[in-house]
Write a protein that binds this ligand. Structure first.
Ligand code: PMP
Length: 372
């Protein structure tokens, strides 16, 4: 099976072997070594001198932790959304009592830093900005550097980032861009099964933490930090996933992060070119298209759900559908983590075959027209 959804992603054999190792005492010296090594390596990939806490949770838990550990009920937060996961970030903030000011952009587009500037200028009471780095539902990567320049450089507000489907696959120098809280999860570019979420905290974020009164217990990062200092976690962690992440980080750093980023950029370009060669169009403008997931429009007259089912049935390739309002209108090909050119070539060939079976004939590659 060629699993080409944007997470969980396929894992290298070495990682899966590690995940199958026997259990150990999660409060003993052997596990402490693993926790400390994983944390050091995560810091290298996050490019931060701040803290990185590893939580036993999926990415949504890290998003929740990112909010509840730096804000108080009633705090005004600007929630920048360009899709499904941006909306989720805002929903979590609302649940915990933040005063959410939504700044939404049409799905398939990127956030405009100038609109963020205007929003912050108009309301000096806004304490922080929540933003998705890479919107998995639409295959768009926001210009986080430009956004950070506004949020930190011009207004010095807290910058809280969902980097779940970007960090470890595309460049995100956390300290250089001055991101205060950054969340990611093991099943994305980290080539590891689901089960761990990682979140970084800047000095400024810790200062906010001392005043933040949103309720938190399992995801209390102060508690996570106190335990981390002893090479432990507050509660029983996903021990097996720690084993896997330890090995996966070793592989990533062995390849070199520049190499990892280049591979993702190259394979993403190949995916976009391949989709266009089938006569298909991408949801996003290429200048903002993601290097970890591509969202492709289902051509007129083709049933999106049937297409996805047929791709799996005929070719054993699993692609993802659209989420929310894009359901049935797009399909998505994940190309993050443990991914090769051959993986996406196979996925594109499978899509071409299924489309042909559904009676779709595409115009010659390059003329941009599609018809069913
Ligand atoms: N944000 C983004 C950008 C994501 O891609 C995902 C996972 N698809 C999430 C949040 C939610 O993460 P999880 O499913 O691990 O809770």
């Amino acid at each position: 099976m060629n699993l080409r959804i944007p997470g969980p992603t396929p894992c290298p054999d070495e990682v899966l072997e590690a995940v199958g190792r026997p259990m150990m005492n999660h409060r003993g010296p052997e596990f402490r070594d693993i926790v400390l090594r994983v944390t050091e390596r995560l810091k290298q990939v996050f490019q931060t001198k701040g803290d990185v806490l590893t939580l036993t949770s999926s990415g949504t838990g890290a998003m929740e932790a990112a909010i509840t550990n730096v804000f108080s009920p009633g705090d005004k937060v600007l929630c920048v959304s360009i899709g499904y996961f941006g909306d989720r970030f805002a929903d979590i903030a609302k649940v915990y009592g933040a005063q959410v000011q939504a700044l939404a952009f049409p799905w398939g587009t990127a956030a405009d830093p100038d609109r963020i500037r205007q929003a912050l200028k108009a309301d000096p009471a806004i304490k922080g900005v929540l933003v998705t780095h890479n919107e998995t539902s639409t295959g768009v990567t926001n210009d986080l550097q430009a956004i950070a320049h506004v949020v930190k450089g011009e207004f010095d507000r807290l910058l809280v980032v969902d980097a779940i489907s970007s960090l470890g696959s595309v460049p995100l120098p956390v300290d250089e861009w001055r991101c205060d809280v950054v969340a990611t999860a093991s099943q994305k570019g980290w080539m590891t099964p689901p089960g761990l979420a990682m979140v970084s905290m800047s000095q400024r974020a810790w200062e906010a933490n001392t005043k933040a009164t949103m309720p938190r217990y399992y995801f209390d990062l102060g508690s996570a930090k106190r335990y981390l200092d002893r090479g432990q976690t507050p509660a029983t962690p996903a021990v097996s996933i720690f084993y896997g992440l330890d090995v996966a980080l070793g592989l990533m750093l062995h390849e070199g992060m520049e190499g990892v980023y280049k591979r993702h950029a190259r394979i993403a370009q190949r995916t976009r070119d391949g989709a266009k060669a089938l006569g298909l169009s991408l949801l996003a403008d290429e200048r903002i298209a993601s290097n970890t997931v591509s969202a492709v429009k289902v051509p007129d007259g083709v049933d999106g759900r049937k297409l996805i089912a047929l791709v799996q049935e005929q070719s054993k390739v699993v692609i993802a559908g659209g989420q929310g309002a894009q359901e049935g209108k797009i399909f998505r090909i994940g190309h993050l983590g443990h991914v090769t050119e051959q993986n996406v070539d196979e996925a594109l060939a499978a899509v071409g075959k299924a489309l042909a079976s559904l009676g779709y004939q595409h115009a010659k590659a390059g003329d941009g027209r599609t018809h069913a």
